[in-house]
Design a protein around this ligand. Structure first.
Ligand code: SAM
Length: 180
């Protein structure tokens, strides 16, 4: 099956540590296979995400790329299509069918930004996609994009090699723990 990889551009260690962590958590929980961080290298964020995978399961990879432009060019040559989430783009409801058609036989890279996204990202992307044309958050944009792409099937995803897992309850909390 084709894979979805998230590329988080422009991470700033101090300002973005929480929101970049949330981008990784949402990427994993909503069906992406990997998050690649770019901008300032940040071992603390990467370790935090790796720890979540270790405890809550995977597969989900976390890595860092310095030269994101070369990475995107290589992705387009060898792997597949590139979607950049931006409030300036084409509304998701207009773009999603074409994206899904292409996603049938190629991997998909989703780019999300932090503060100002360099204009090259807009030109390297195959699709610049908006989730409404209002300013909000990369975390929300990523969640909605993945949900539309996977049509809700990501909500059923079973993770492998988990050490903790929630047993859903009407009230209260129930967890199973195991060594794996
Ligand atoms: N003003 C910034 C710019 O010039 O790109 C956007 C900053 S915003 C806080 C951070 C990221 O959230 C953006 O790069 C984009 O990926 C995502 N984002 C925010 N609003 C969005 C929207 N309406 N549709 C899609 N993505 C959005």
């Amino acid at each position: 099956m084709a894979r979805v990889v998230v590329l988080r551009l422009g991470h700033r260690r101090e300002r973005d540590k929480r929101i970049t962590t949330h981008c990784g958590l949402v990427a994993r929980a909503f069906g992406a296979s990997e998050i690649i961080l770019s901008g300032e290298e940040d071992n603390a964020v990467m370790e935090k995400l790796k720890d979540v995978v270790e405890r809550w399961g995977g597969p989900f990879e976390i890595s860092y790329v310095k030269n994101w432009k070369d990475f995107i060019k290589e992705w387009k040559e060898r792997r597949g299509i590139v979607v950049h989430l931006t409030m300036y783009g084409i509304p998701i409801q207009k773009a999603i069918n074409e994206i899904k058609e292409k996603f049938k036989d190629s991997d998909l890279l989703v780019i999300i930004g932090a503060e100002k996204v360099p204009k090259e990202a807009y030109f390297l992307a195959d699709f610049n996609v908006s989730i409404t044309n209002q300013p909000h958050s990369e975390v929300a944009a990523l969640a909605i994009f993945l949900d539309r792409l996977f049509q809700g099937k990501e909500l059923e995803r079973e993770f492998e090699n988990w050490k903790v897992k929630i047993i859903p309850q009407k009230r209260g909390k129930a967890l199973v723990k195991r060594d794996s």
